[in-house]
Structures are given as C-alpha cells and as structure tokens.
Write a protein that binds this ligand. Sequence first.
Ligand SMILES: O=c1ccn([C@@H]2O[C@H](COP(=O)(O)O)[C@@H](O)[C@H]2O)c(=O)[nH]1
Length: 278
Amino acid sequence: MESFGARLHRAMHERGPLCVGIDPHPALLAQWGLGDDVAGLDRFARTVVDALGDRVAVVKPQSAFFERFGSQGMAVLESTIRQLRNLGSLVLLDAKRGDIGSTVRAYASAYLDPSSPMYVDAVTASPFLGVGSLAPMFELAAEHGGGVFVLALTSNPEGASVQRARSADGRTVAQTVLDEISQLNAGAEPIGSIGAVIGATVGKTDCDLSAVNGPLLAPGLGAQGATAADLRVVFGPAVPAVLPAYSREVLGAGPDPAALRAAADRAVAECRAVLAMS
Ligand SMILES: O=c1ccn([C@@H]2O[C@H](COP(=O)(O)O)[C@@H](O)[C@H]2O)c(=O)[nH]1
C-alpha cells in the first residue's frame, strides 16, 4: 500500500498545502446559529465536510469537541471521518494519544487499523511517555499506509518549559523527539510518514530540522496569532515540508459554504507563496 507520506505529498501538490481543522467550539456553534448540542455538532461538521472535503488536502477533526457529547458525539465523528474519506481529503484525527506501549497498541488499532470504525489516515500522538512507547502506532501506520504526527514544539506558550528543557546530553526534549522521528523516516521517499507537530507561534525553534524527512504540522496560524510569513522564521530551510493548519480562522467564515471555501483558498494562497509551491 502507498505510504501516508507519499499520499500526503501528492495531496499537498494537487490540492495545496493546507490542513483545515474541524473544531466546533461552543462559540462557533453559536456564531453559526447552531445549538450547543449533538444536532448542532452534526450540522457544523457536515457543513465543513460538504464545503471543503473535495478541496483541501487534509482535514483535521479535533476529537475533544466530539467527545464532549459522549457516544452520540463519537457517532458524529465516525460519520464525519467516513464522509471525508469518500470526498478524498486525508483525515488527520487530532486526538494527541499516548500511553504505555501495551495501551498505545489499542489506540493504534482504534485509529490506524482499516477494520476500525474510527480508521483515519493519520493521528496526532503525545511522546510524553517516550517516543518509543508510540511504537505500536508507528508499526500499524507502516503496515497500512497510515501516518502519526508526534508533538515536538507545541503552539501553546506553556509547552516551552517542558519541550525546550535540556536532557542530560544537552539536546532539548523537542530535539530528542525530532531525532527519533528522523530515524523512523530515514530513507523514505518522497517523504516519511511520521510527522512532527511544531507550532507556527514558537519563533526560532533552536532545533535541527534538516534530518526529519517527514511532514511538519504547523498549528497556531490565525486565531493563535501566527501568520503564514512566520512559517519562514520558524522552519527556515525545512519550510517546504510544512503542512500549515488553520481551524478557527477558516471556520469563522462559515456557515456559508462559499465563504468557507473562499477562506480556505485564501489560506492556501498565502501558504503556497511562503512554501514556494505553485
Ligand atoms: O501544538 C498544537 C497542537 C495542536 N493544536 C490543535 O490545533 C487546533 C488549532 O486551532 P485554531 O483554532 O487554529 O487555533 C486545535 O484543534 C488545537 O487543539 C494546536 O493548536 N497546537
């Protein structure tokens, strides 16, 4: 099966370098004239899927906003994932999972096994229990052409105290995570399937990104204050590997589908200019 890295590389070239999040915040539901309930959640997600599912490279449902509504919210998430896959966008589930290896195996089956109802193209993962504890995810991703995005330098200001801390060998925690990702992606073409999450808000990373050879998911654009121009500062020569991610900035244009599409097109144009892809 074709690797996630290869599928993502093609999708970004064909559809543009953009990941749009589905983050149905209560404030956005209200702004769209929807109730803060399962029906509102369902309408919100369907509107985004119908407007963007056949247009953007990657759609990233934020699991937390579906989990809020219990089993009914998870049913909406499952059907959102199915609809997105039918429309051709890659689905990156933002669930930030991580645990001891034996439990990570269950998370891996939930998201990266094609027989699961929650099967997605890629999932976000937290390396706080050690990057090695995520091995079951990496293995299942490799077996079925999936991807994993591992948190390295997150977009929130609180992340730095942990992620920029230095370990005994002098490397930052973020660099340690990136080095382990580099090993997993070594030799992969056109790009590896294990990505790193590095916020567009973090300024200079003080990290060596040259060997990562995987996609660099950059949240923090728009609502959190970063702009497309910041991507050059944060990623330097690694900027062509960046997958820019917007949620509220694009979603705030809804619920009119044409306005959502226009907002996504604007974001693609801005990012394409920075990533020097045409
Ligand atoms: O470092 C990180 C990792 C993940 N996120 C997630 O991305 C979106 C951002 O939403 P915006 O509305 O564009 O701010 C959200 O789902 C976060 O959980 C992140 O922001 N930073």
